[in-house]
Design a protein around this ligand. Sequence first.
Ligand SMILES: NC(=O)c1ccc[n+]([C@@H]2O[C@H](COP(=O)([O-])OP(=O)(O)OC[C@H]3O[C@@H](n4cnc5c(N)ncnc54)[C@H](OP(=O)(O)O)[C@@H]3O)[C@@H](O)[C@H]2O)c1
Length: 330
Amino acid sequence: MKVAIVGASGYAGGELCRLLQYHSQAEVTCVTSRKLAGTPLEDVHPQLKGFYKPLLNFSNPEVDDIDADVAFLAVPHTAAMAYAGKLLSRGIKVVDLSADYRLRKEIFEKVYGVLHTDYFEAPYGIPELHRRDCINAKFVSNPGCFPTGATLAAAPLAKYANNIIFDSKTGVSGAGDNPSATTHYPNVGDNVGPYKWTSHRHLAEMKQEIAFLGSKANVYFTPHLVPVNRGILTTAHILLNEPMEQKEVEKLYQEFYKNEYFVRYQKPILAAVRGSNFCDVMVESEGTRVVACSAIDNLVKGASGQAIQNMNLMCGFKENDGLTGAGLFP
Ligand SMILES: NC(=O)c1ccc[n+]([C@@H]2O[C@H](COP(=O)([O-])OP(=O)(O)OC[C@H]3O[C@@H](n4cnc5c(N)ncnc54)[C@H](OP(=O)(O)O)[C@@H]3O)[C@@H](O)[C@H]2O)c1
């Protein structure tokens, strides 16, 4: 099966190229970059040296010239909407890693401050919650990295909560490969700090998913940047209507995720999921406040790994094809 990666020179695109090497059915045949057309893939992603034979070069095709069975859109928000509909109309299945199809049109336009020029409804690809919608779908909108970790941390308890406060620590690759003052080494190294304290765009996705779970809880979110390359550790403070015992909440989580290959009930440690598609979750109750923590790799379960998980559901492959690798602990 031929796979095109639009935006393959970025971090999520590079991670798709890495992970798809382990897939039994997929062959990456087209990697796009506007700035780097003609450059060998492995010049930008040195981890891939020797993996792509014959050598794969970046290209910059018109959208109508992209030839593939499946395309991943690993481009910034607003860029994906120029590709999605056109690829779909030519029978190419699409997984979009950007924010363009994650929210309802009016919410997207409010949160991102731009008009949507090619809106349609799409399944929201957290397979653990929306698997039925993703199976055989022609298009799946891949969730944001923070909302993936946060939603999986709170999902089993969401409907019992009146307030949920997400506090996340993220690695710097979450910001993409474009350098900025925030990600400049002296500013981020040996340092920790909050950003977008109450206004991060991913809050809208979290609210959407918590409501989808049948919850009326208020949802709050504050992200922090920490000096690691990969990973998101989320602490969810779940304030309940009625107190719940430790045994009860633990059972609820284990039951909720008992058939989920990628969600493991164990103490979340960033390094244990790094490079893998796993989300580790654990929970502790003190009565009406339950603390649930999750750890994911923002580039894998938070982006490219989950995108491949979605492709597997869309194409009828084994859900974990290409994604069975363990994390890189320590
Ligand atoms: N980084 C993460 O942890 C993460 C997690 C979840 C979701 N995402 C989402 O995944 C997408 C990619 O993220 P990233 O971190 O990989 O970003 P990135 O490192 O900045 O890469 C962006 C890629 O898109 C290409 N691109 C930029 N503008 C384009 C346009 N108008 N048309 C076509 N290609 C364009 C860039 O190459 P050229 O400029 O050379 O074309 C580059 O290959 C974003 O929507 C991001 O929000 C990222």
